[in-house]
Design a protein around this ligand. Structure first.
Ligand SMILES: O=C(O)c1ccccc1N[C@@H]1O[C@H](COP(=O)(O)O)[C@@H](O)[C@H]1O
Length: 219
């Protein structure tokens, strides 16, 4: 089974080139002002050109209002919207209808019971993402480089389409894939040399680690 890989928080042509060279299926842009990964919608629109025909461009937003989403959709032309805040099922449905784009709804989890929160979104969100809960005092709802216990995902329906996110890196991706066998993965700070600074060498190393883990499983 193909594994979707999203490299998130891209801000430079170099990082974009490394993500695409590695075989990213998705590239993500952060539209949350407090994030060190924030990009202006027009700049994301320029950067995402390199991904056309190669990877889907994802706009990551946090409880964004229609005016900001309108600006992002017009200037960036995303292929998908990632809703990383406390959006309700009604809001997810509204966003989908307004833009006609697939929506990925994010849930922060730490125990199996947290997974029940997806129930009202089934049939509304096109895909789910499971991320770790932010550490106390963090200004960011995601991109904290914190992992959760991936084994809690083992109880999910086999057909559920989701991305595993939170604290992934080249050192732990093998464990994550073995523990949860997710259909897709998402990484940001694990391929950075400093907050918001993507390192092309770390991106390449991450893809190598993913390939090695998958080769091990196939052997
Ligand atoms: O990355 C951010 O700054 C961010 C800000 C606001 C919402 C979501 C954000 N990031 C998302 O979180 C995941 C996991 O990040 P990490 O690998 O743990 O650093 C990231 O891929 C984005 O989808």
């Amino acid at each position: 089974m193909a594994l979707d890989i999203k490299i998130c928080g891209l801000k430079t042509d170099e990082a974009m080139a490394a993500a695409l060279a590695g075989g990213a299926s998705h590239v993500g842009f952060i539209f949350f002002a407090k994030s060190p990964r924030y990009v202006e919608p027009a700049e994301a629109g320029r950067l995402r050109q390199a991904a056309i025909g190669k990877a889907r461009a994802v706009a990551v937003t946090v409880d964004a209002d229609d005016a900001f989403l309108d600006e992002i959709v017009v200037k960036m032309r995303p292929d998908m919207l990632q809703l990383h805040g406390s959006e309700t099922p009604e809001r997810v449905a509204e966003v989908k209808a307004r833009y006609g784009l697939p929506v990925m709804k994010v849930f922060s989890v730490s125990e199996a019971a947290d997974l029940d929160r997806i129930k009202p979104f089934i049939g509304i969100a096109d895909r789910f993402m499971f991320d770790a809960k932010p550490p106390k005092g963090s200004q960011l709802p995601g991109g904290n480089g914190v992992a959760f216990d991936w084994r809690i995902l083992a109880g999910l329906d086999a057909g559920l389409d989701y991305m595993l996110s939170g604290g992934l890196n080249a050192a732990n991706i093998g464990d994550a894939l073995r523990s949860a066998n997710p259909p897709a993965i998402d990484i940001s700070s694990g391929v950075e040399s400093a907050p918001g600074v993507k390192d092309p060498a770390l991106i390449e190393q991450f893809f190598r680690a993913v390939r090695a883990a998958r080769d091990d499983r196939a052997a």
